[in-house]
Design a protein around this ligand. Structure first.
Ligand SMILES: [Zn+2]
Ligand SMILES: [Zn+2]
Length: 432
């Protein structure tokens, strides 16, 4: 049986030498500047979006056409500087608007056309700062507003901000939800503090699960967790079942501490592998089931001793700091158990080891950790989420070559990146 003592160092080495994909944009044409987009054409600086045409400087959106500077929008055409808008046409500087046409500088409108500077209105036309006009009056008045230059825009923004304060707004952005907390949450139930999430159930701290389907019975997943069940500490992955501590993976089952793995099961500490359905793997090497069971228990102990609580820790944490953190955690646990099973809210309260803010473990989360044998967190939910976002590159583009086929690549990996970087095709073709 192999020695487990250097698992952390070995995983870090494996991670470092395994190729990274230089750009995840796929099934797209002329969208080289940007990342993680699909089925799009003629876009520039488009990130994490799908089915877009002529979209520029936009992100986290679906079905944009001739749109610029739009975030978290869906089904919008001829739009500029919009956030959280759905099915809008020829609209600029709008937020939280749905099914609208030719609206400008507006907030929370539904089924409105030809409105300017309006807030929280339904089924209206020809309104300016919520005041109703005739078509002729509206067109005449609209000539007064000049937003063709920065000063004009700044003036109208300021006026709108003042006006927005006077209009009551809903305390949450949701529809079709039951027993959920968080914001921008749709078609979901029993969710604790989930954001930009849809079709999610019995889960907590899920972020940006806004693709077709979210998660079920999972905690601490996102950004971009799509179709997950019984998962924990996952980012940029889809179709996972019973997985923990995974980054950028697809169709994995019963796997832990993995990066860049596809179509496999029973992986532990693996990177850049695919189609492993024939047994059990530790650090990309096949082992017997008995060895897998025995060694993974021991490795998990080693990870804890070194204060490795998350995938981000496994890749990045200073191990001396980690050992100190683990001492602190053990003191905390000893203190808690003296009082029984965390009966009072005092005992559920912790100070985050990273930012020192107070946070509280909620019952549903405790039940989940117990059931799946997960170490109760010592980082607050915000720091846990920040760690997962930090696993990826900044949204800056560099011109470089694929380290395999030498094709020119526009990538978020700079030329002096410590990683081996492949184009999407080479990355998939060389998965082992
Ligand atoms: Zn924190
Ligand atoms: Zn290549």
């Amino acid at each position: 049986m192999k020695d487990n003592a250097n698992f952390i160092e070995k995983f870090r080495h494996l991670f470092l030498i395994s190729p990274q994909c230089g750009s995840w944009t796929r099934a797209s044409e002329n969208c080289d500047y940007g990342d993680i987009s699909t089925n799009s054409k003629d876009c520039y600086m488009l990130f994490n979006s799908g089915n877009c045409r002529n979209a520029y400087y936009s992100e986290d959106s679906r079905v944009l056409t001739d749109a610029t500077d739009c975030s978290l929008c869906e089904n919008c055409e001829l739009c500029y500087e919009c956030v959280d808008c759905d099915t809008c046409y020829d609209s600029n500087f709008c937020q939280d608007c749905t099914n609208c046409r030719n609206i400008n500088f507006s907030y929370d409108l539904r089924r409105c056309n030809d409105c300017f500077g309006c807030c929280t209105m339904r089924d209206k036309q020809y309104c300016i700062f919520n005041e109703q006009f005739s078509k002729e009056e509206y067109e005449k008045k609209m000539k007064m507003f000049d937003y063709s230059n920065a000063a004009g825009i700044a003036y109208i923004w300021q006026k709108l901000e003042e006006f927005k304060k006077k209009n009551p707004r809903m305390y949450i952005h949701e529809h079709d939800t039951t027993e959920c907390t968080g914001d921008y949450i749709y078609h979901s139930k029993n969710c604790h503090m989930c954001f930009d999430t849809r079709h999610t159930e019995d889960s907590g701290y899920i972020y940006q699960a806004n693709l077709d389907q979210g998660t079920k019975d999972s905690w601490d997943c996102g950004p971009i967790p799509t179709v997950m069940d019984l998962c924990y500490d996952i980012a940029y992955s889809d179709y996972l079942f019973k997985c923990k501590h995974v980054y950028w993976a697809s169709r994995l089952k019963d796997s832990e501490w993995c990066v860049n793995c596809m179509e496999s099961e029973n992986l532990f500490g693996c990177a850049y592998v695919k189609n492993r359905h024939d047994g059990f793997y530790i650090l990309n090497e096949k082992v017997s089931e008995a060895e897998y069971r025995e060694r993974t228990v021991e490795i998990k102990k080693i990870l804890l001793e070194n204060g490795i609580y998350t995938l981000h820790d496994l890749i990045n944490k200073d191990l001396e700091e980690g050992k100190k953190d683990e001492k602190k955690r053990l003191e905390l646990v000893a203190h808690s158990t003296r009082h029984g099973a965390l009966a009072s809210s005092k005992e559920r309260e912790r100070n985050c080891f990273i930012c020192n803010d107070k946070f509280e473990l909620v019952q549903a989360e405790i039940d989940f950790y117990k059931k799946w044998d997960i170490t109760w967190p010592v980082y607050c939910p915000e720091c846990r989420s920040k760690q997962r976002y930090a696993l990826r590159n900044e949204r800056k583009m560099y011109k470089r070559v694929c380290d395999k086929c030498k094709k020119t690549l526009i990538s978020t990996f700079p030329n002096d990146s410590k990683f081996v970087v492949y184009c999407l095709r080479c990355w998939h073709e060389n998965l082992v």
